[in-house]
Design a protein around this ligand. Structure first.
Ligand SMILES: Cc1ncc(C[n+]2csc(CCOP(=O)(O)OP(=O)(O)O)c2C)c(N)n1
Ligand SMILES: [Mg+2]
Length: 674
């Protein structure tokens, strides 16, 4: 076993609390029972079962300062079994987080309270990531633990040296994403990631034996983890297991054998206690059995004081860390990295490149344009951390000199996520939440389905994560309908707080990247083509037109007879159709709509000026859903009505009728053509 050279902050805390662990843990149990009972809703089983594990972890190991919840070098605590939210709220209440007074415990699960049904990042202090969808927390924590090592590689042990602790249930370990997470964490040897598994043998339907017979320890071990067993109600064995887990170079799993709903006289150990209030009689029985003779939400002063000691200890450590930072000479760089601010000249660098693009007018796929943009971006900032789910050469996400991240080598800037789209997205969430980096990652757009669970959380948590989704339509050609996204733009556009960009040329692609990197609270999707797209933005504008969401790319010569709306690869089709229509005496405007969400945010005047009063035809090689908003009652849509097919791309466009001639026919149907 390898012993690390410990920085001063990493000692295990030797002092046992004055009150017994049992009393401190019972405080968590009592608060949970009372809050769930008052709410008439919630999950008492997990918090009551894991109360002892939480008590040991926090009293002996956690390094946090509730007065400074965002302290960069704090240990991260991730409640992956998010249904056990009352455990986290009870802990945070006892630690003294400013927003977690008794009033909040009493308003568990009520509108506007800090004690939402599942922990929500950004809503409640001390919640490191939103959990509830099982498996997400575990995988997000892998991203946090990786980010910790990457920051450590840049700033050293004195400034960055913290653990990531996860509480995961049977459900988290059953979810498919856990396989990706475990595999990746083991491969990257994230030694400071410690998973405390609530090994209670129960899930909602009953015994886990109904649905699994996996030897979890063997499974984790096979993925390169260090594994331990502990009695989840025996502090000494837990202390030993956690202390050992902290001293290995491998990520660690501790199987904590617990009784779900520990303390409930009749319901403990059964699924009855998983997700329903215990009821008055059972609570009374639990109080008796636990020896907890205090009223609802009442915590004896000595027990409260012991919990507060954890916070006091953390505050001291934070102050010492603050001094180290000030003396380190790296304060400015460290703060800039944590704040995620781009350098002052970043925009000017991108603008100069945009001017070049308009001049050179490359005829390249937007995935290639993205690679070219990244070449400039990755030189202009060190915040970006790239990656791909094993499609680097298709997504074109790697630029020279990034260097790969691997076990023990965390100073690179490129992550080979392997064929693990879901984990890639969740790990990127973890990296973004940890702070210090802007993660971007690529896969084929069709596989956003696989990543969806975590992409939704990027949006819900408002994280700056950039999804590079290439091969964005039937334009990818021969790989066929399994690989051709059709409904994905609609799905992504329907998701709140994601900017979905489908740039039409190299200039728009750069503009989209610039917006994505500046969007600190919104994830972005870049839907990029496999096939070449000609540049049409010959006239350089300092203004980022993509930031308008949509703009008139081809002005009509005199009056506007018809408006052609298109995105990405179909903007070229709209241009070609406009020329054909001109021959027939029809004056068409072409509107490029790279980002609907940003267009929706424009003023009504701007939107109506762009959309115009003439009949509209939308062209997009994807499902129609959503387009009716823009084309109106009289409008036409030219796109996909079902799945694609396997053939060279130009033939597919003909086959599915997404052509300039089809646009002309639709226009002539709407208007009187010559
Ligand atoms: C992805 C996902 N699927 C289903 C659920 C619904 N759900 C919430 S808790 C739970 C059972 C989890 O079992 P376990 O992790 O063992 O929790 P315990 O009953 O031990 O508290 C399920 C199915 C969910 N939250 N997330
Ligand atoms: Mg369970």
């Amino acid at each position: 076993m390898l012993t690390r050279t410990a920085a001063p902050t990493l000692r295990a805390y030797e002092d046992a609390p004055d009150s017994s662990y049992y009393d401190l843990a019972n405080a968590l149990r009592a608060i949970t029972m009372d809050a769930v009972e008052k709410a008439k809703s919630g999950h008492p089983g997990m918090p009551m079962g894991m109360a002892d594990v939480a008590t040991v972890l926090f009293t002996r190991f956690m390094k946090i300062d509730p007065g400074r919840p965002h302290w960069a070098d704090r240990d991260r605590f991730v409640l992956s079994a998010g249904h056990g939210s009352m455990l986290l709220y009870a802990i945070n209440h006892l630690l003294g987080y400013a927003d977690m007074g008794t009033d909040q415990l009493k308003r568990f699960r009520q509108l506007g309270s800090k004690t939402a049904g599942h922990p929500e990042y950004g809503h409640t202090l001390g919640v490191e990531t939103t959990t509830g969808p099982l498996g997400q927390g575990l995988t997000t924590a892998v991203g946090m633990a990786l980010a910790e090592r990457m920051m450590n590689a840049r700033f050293g042990d004195e400034l960055v040296d913290h653990f990531t602790y996860v509480m995961a249930g049977d459900g988290c370990l059953m979810e498919g994403i856990s396989h990706e997470a475990i595999d990746l964490a083991g491969h990257l040897q994230l030694g400071k990631l410690i998973v405390l598994w609530d090994d209670n043998g129960i899930s909602i339907d009953g015994s886990t034996a109904l649905s699994t017979s996996t030897n979890q320890l063997a499974r984790f071990e096979a993925a390169g983890w260090d594994v331990h067993r502990a009695d989840g109600h025996a502090p000494r064995t837990l202390i030993d297991a956690i202390a050992k887990a902290r001293n290995t170079r491998k990520p660690s799993l501790i199987a904590c054998r617990t009784t779900i709903g520990y303390g409930a006289p009749n319901k403990a150990g059964s699924e009855a206690v998983h997700g329903a209030p215990l009821g008055a009689a059972e609570i009374e029985g639990a109080r008796d059995q636990l020896g907890w003779n205090h009223g609802p939400f009442e915590i004896p002063a000595d027990i409260a004081a012991d919990w507060k000691k954890i916070a006091q200890r953390g505050a001291k450590e934070r102050a010492a860390w603050e001094r180290r930072l000030n003396e380190s000479g790296s304060r400015e760089a460290f703060d800039a990295s944590v704040s995620g601010e781009l350098l002052e000249d970043f925009d000017a660098t991108l603008l100069a490149y945009k001017r070049d693009l308009s001049q050179s007018a490359p005829n390249v796929a937007s995935r290639k344009a993205s690679e070219m943009a990244l070449g400039v971006i990755n030189r202009a900032t060190e915040l970006t951390i790239g990656g791909s789910a094993d499609l680097t050469h298709s997504n074109l996400t790697l630029t020279p000199d990034l260097g790969s991240i691997s076990a023990g080598r965390y100073d690179g800037r490129y992550i080979h996520y392997g064929i693990r789209e879901h984990a890639m997205a969740a790990v990127m969430n973890g990296i973004a939440l940890h702070r210090g980096f802007i993660p971007y990652g690529g896969t084929f757009m069709v596989f956003s389905d696989y990543a969806r669970g975590a992409m939704r959380l990027s949006a819900l948590m408002g994280q700056r994560v950039v999804y590079v989704l290439t091969h964005d339509s039937i334009g990818l050609g021969e790989d066929g309908p399994t690989h051709q996204p059709v409904e994905h733009l609609a799905m992504l556009r329907a998701t709140p707080n994601i900017n979905v960009f489908r740039p039409a040329d190299a200039v728009e692609t750069l503009e989209a990247w610039q917006i994505a990197l500046a969007s600190e609270h919104t994830p972005s999707v870049l839907a990029l083509s496999r096939q070449n797209l000609p540049t049409f933005r010959f006239d350089h504008t300092d203004e980022n037109l993509t930031a308008r969401g949509a703009y008139v790319a081809r002005k009509p010569h005199t009056r506007r007879d018809v408006t052609l709306l298109a995105t990405g690869s179909e903007v070229g089709i709209a241009f070609a159709a406009a020329e054909l229509l001109a021959d027939r005496g029809v004056d068409a405007a072409v509107v490029s709509m790279p980002c609907w969400e940003l267009f929706e945010q424009q003023s009504a005047e701007y939107r109506s000026a762009v959309l115009g009063k003439a009949p509209r035809i939308a062209i997009e090689a994807a499902a129609r859903l959503g387009w009716d908003r823009w084309i109106g009652e009289r409008g036409r849509f030219i796109g996909m009505e079902g799945f694609g097919a396997s053939a060279p791309a130009p033939e597919l466009y003909e086959h599915f009728g997404i052509t300039p001639h089809a646009v002309v026919d639709a226009a002539c149907d709407l208007l009187t053509c010559a």
